[in-house]
Write a protein that binds this ligand. Sequence first.
Ligand code: AMP
Ligand code: FES
Ligand code: ZN
Ligand code: ZN
Length: 415
Amino acid sequence: MFSKKHSNSTNAINAINAINAINAINAINAKNATNAINAIHFLKTLLKLYNIFMITVKERSGKVHYVEGPREVRAILRRLNILENTVLVVKGNELLTPDRMVEDGATIELIPVISGGMKCRVCNETAVIGIPRHNAAFCKGHFKEFFKKQVLRAIKEHSMFKRDDRVLVCVSGGKDSLVLWDVLTELGYHTEGLYIDLGIEGYSEKSKEMALKSAERLKRRLIIRDFSKECGPIKDVARRGGRTDCSACGTVKRHYFNKVALEGGFDVVATGHNLDDEASRLLGNLLRWQWEYLGRITPVLEESEGLRKKVKPLCRLTEHEIATYAFLRGIEYIVDECPMSKGSTSLLYKEALNRIELKSPGTKHYFYQEYLRSAVKRLSGTVAFSTRRCSICGMPTSEEVCSFCRLTERFSKVS
Ligand code: AMP
Ligand code: FES
Ligand code: ZN
Ligand code: ZN
């Protein structure tokens, strides 16, 4: 499982650890003042002897390495003799940049960007990514071409928007929406960005910075709406309104997406939802037979009275492909998941689908595409439409006051 070099160095570490352990025992016996610290160190050392308190590094090939931490991703790769730009480093669902620190006890996974031995389907050069569901592999240039073709195909297949339409790209600072903005701009569409500051501590600042960097790079306008200034941090608003963080956040985002699009005369609102998002949402709603939501998991929500058209041009691409595209294009984005969404069920469904996908490539794509092709029209009758206008903000709603106004009305700091 290990190369000889690695197993030798692991043995050397273990030998040093063993000496440390003996020293720690001696210290405990001597009952000196540092006994407690030594005891903890001893326990850690013992665990390390059995690779329990080390960083576990898994390769796609099944190889496993153990590295002592805490250590930067860059240093871990150097130690394993792996070139930084040949792999994506992932911890759970998080993509780690080379400067990220990894703690002892953590498990990280290396996903090859340069797939060993695979050749590009188009030019036969060394491939940077394999796409098992298409039974294909591509070099850097042809992967970017493949990626753009998938985006164009989604736009055309679902009649998302036309060449001259003004597209409002909602950007969160994460990889999906920033890649979407990048690719649509590269394809020549008229794009502007929208960032909503929700006042999430330790997260919003950084994500806004990433959105601003993209705007600068693409030379496109970024509209910033500061919800936290208007109503306070989303967490407080959600608590006072008796709502969960994510549901309040969703209500606020939907409201601003539509409001800014209407005010700014945009033809369409684009979000960065990808194949993993859509397939996992479909699975979640199916598991609970939520008929009223099932019919809405579509790449296009058509325009209706007071509501701008909403589209998801990345619906044919997976998170992994989007991360690779971001990497190859040098797009900077916030890697951390939103702290309020930790432990959400959607992550569980994504993981379940990824496990199935690994054994049976193409399942995720088939599950979602077949739903769109044959199931969704049978569900159209289950979707409820808003027929009234909110008495406060005038947005479409099914009740007297819309859910955004009910959530924020009493807490708005500005009129
Ligand atoms: P999420 O609901 O967080 O999975 O985000 C879904 C999509 O909504 C993203 O891909 C973005 O297009 C958009 N989005 C999320 N957060 C924001 C934000 N703070 N500002 C603008 N757009 C956002
Ligand atoms: Fe909405 Fe985190 S961004 S809950
Ligand atoms: Zn090629
Ligand atoms: Zn309202």
